[in-house]
Design a protein around this ligand. Sequence first.
Ligand SMILES: Nc1ncnc2c1ncn2[C@@H]1O[C@H](COP(=O)(O)OP(=O)(O)OP(=O)(O)O)[C@@H](O)[C@H]1O
Ligand SMILES: [Mg+2]
Length: 255
Amino acid sequence: MLLELRGVSRRFGGLLAVADLSMTVARGAIHGLIGPNGAGKSTVFNLITGVIPLNAGAVFFKGERTSGLRPSEICRRGIARTFQATTLFREYTVLQNVLVGAHLVAASDLASTLFWSRAYRERERRARERAHVLLESLGLVSVAGQVAGQLPHRDQKALALALTLATGAELVILDEPMAGLSLQERAETTRVLRRLREQGVTVLLVEHDMKAVMGVCDTVTVLDHGVRIAEGTPREIQSNAAVIEAYLGAEEPGA
Ligand SMILES: Nc1ncnc2c1ncn2[C@@H]1O[C@H](COP(=O)(O)OP(=O)(O)OP(=O)(O)O)[C@@H](O)[C@H]1O
Ligand SMILES: [Mg+2]
């Protein structure tokens, strides 16, 4: 397994947002985390990425404990989460954004980059090659020279994903990547997720679009009030009485 949560809990004042949660994410899987609004899904993501500390339990990545480490260290070890579109470098081009994601250059000195040395030029060449492969697989080649802030919503979402992947992460954590997208764009995003899986990237996905979740995930974990109420294949989850009661029954399927 790639990621393991062992008895993880988090409270906010009197509210137990995540309650003694244990779950494992298999290497190479697309693993869904679903549940009603306020179930604790985003909080789980914040706990995994170290943005907020846990009150109890532990998180392990590739067998090593990551809970308690700083977010930058957790990211360095190979866990990345999508940036919201608003945290793209809006004034930079698509290509420049991905190069920043690859840590080729710090965002602050991107504009004034000087080619100091042969080693630097070689590093730059390789980074550009990698960036091009990423842009190609996300359908962004034709807009590579455009300024990020002026892209349509769909391309901004794809670029946010490209930035995350450029870090070389083995586990990518996506919080509602389908939100605000058209049906066709959702189908495209689904194809991107499958392509990532083919490339060996493990995906942990929070998403309210049940059609997408059930169509793309290998395993789904269901949270309700911070408690894991079910886990299984999409087929098992869709016919689980407790899940229908807590979540699926209340949602318009595919909404
Ligand atoms: N920083 C915080 N301070 C206080 N309460 C918080 C904080 N973050 C989350 N909560 C609360 O914890 C609970 C879980 O929130 P969380 O955002 O994890 O839910 P979610 O499953 O992601 O919901 P949604 O589907 O609406 O995104 C909610 O009751 C929320 O109000
Ligand atoms: Mg959320």
